[in-house]
Design a binder for this molecule. Structure first.
Ligand SMILES: C[S@@+](CC[C@H](N)C(=O)[O-])C[C@H]1O[C@@H](n2cnc3c(N)ncnc32)[C@H](O)[C@@H]1O
Length: 271
């Protein structure tokens, strides 16, 4: 599938989908759960931070940030950018700078000329021909001591047609080396979702509709039990049933803050 076709999908997938139920879908919250877990483990305090979400999609991560944080973000669809901004203002967020980005010229975007304490790059790298270019660019945007948190799909049973990279730990280590950064944390998660992954490789049709139902069910369940219990339960159940993890989260730093970090790569989520 061409970059233009993929971009067209992105331009429609988040529009007009700002209800609380939309934001409860596991396709959105699974990423927030893992990102928040990684931030907690890295000792990051979001409250007074400048936070960039590169490719923020529906803006679900922002909803979980403290109101005091300064939020920055880029997304391709102008209408979605406006809708996410309105949603956040309704929820009491004031400090934000959200802007559209043109994929063909992403490297020159003005928000990539600034610095941030925390950068999130969730499910974007696997869409890129040269993911190292994005990691390097985001690395240059990190304030001293900053953290770059990335989420990627792993162990795809059916490869999503919009993905151009197959990601595993070796790939992440290679990208990190090439980008001249340090892998501070790497963790695989989301085992219980594994059998349902093929449903999510479809943009339309009955599988897509079933996927949306599954996503809402998982979303309600995980919100009901809370982040810590869900991550532990999902990992325990998944292993007991011999399922593979579907997502990985990794945290990159620049070389100057690497000394204290024995790579935090144990498999259990933080409790
Ligand atoms: C799969 S979506 C993930 C959205 C959101 N971060 C999440 O985790 O739900 C990838 C997003 O990255 C955005 N994006 C921005 N720049 C991009 C680039 N250079 N290549 C691919 N996707 C890009 C797309 O518009 C798309 O919404």
């Amino acid at each position: 599938m061409s970059t233009e076709q993929t971009q067209a999908i992105f331009e429609n997938v988040y529009r007009g989908r700002q209800s609380a139920l939309h934001h409860l879908a596991y396709m959105r919250t699974a990423k927030v759960l893992l990102a928040m877990d990684a931030l907690l483990r890295a000792g990051v305090e979001l409250r007074a931070s400048r936070v960039l979400d590169y490719g923020f999609g529906a803006g679900t991560f922002f909803r979980h940030c403290p109101r005091e944080a300064s939020l920055f973000g880029v997304e391709t669809d102008r209408q979605t950018v406006r809708e996410v901004e309105a949603m956040l203002r309704d929820r009491g967020f004031e400090n934000m700078d959200l802007r559209p980005i043109d994929i063909s010229d992403w490297e020159r975007h003005p928000l990539l000329q600034k610095q941030y304490d925390v950068i999130l790059c969730s499910h974007v790298l696997e869409h890129m021909d040269r993911p190292v270019d994005l990691l390097s660019a985001l690395g240059r945007c990190m304030a001293p001591g900053g953290k770059l948190v990335c989420l990627v799909p792993i162990n795809e049973i059916v490869m999503n047609p919009h993905h151009v990279q197959t990601v595993d730990r070796a790939a992440v280590e290679g990208w990190t080396r090439e980008a001249g950064m340090v892998l501070y944390d790497y963790r695989e998660s989301d085992h219980t979702f594994y059998p349902f992954q093929p449903l999510f490789a479809h943009d339309s049709g009955w599988r897509h509709r079933v996927a949306r139902g599954v996503s809402l069910g998982f979303g309600l369940l995980s919100a009901g039990v809370g982040r810590e219990v869900w991550l532990r339960m999902s990992s325990f159940l998944g292993r007991a049933l011999g399922l593979k993890p579907c997502q990985a989260v990794f945290v990159l730093t620049d070389a100057s803050v690497s000394d204290d970090s024995d790579l935090r790569n144990d498999q259990e989520p933080l409790s």
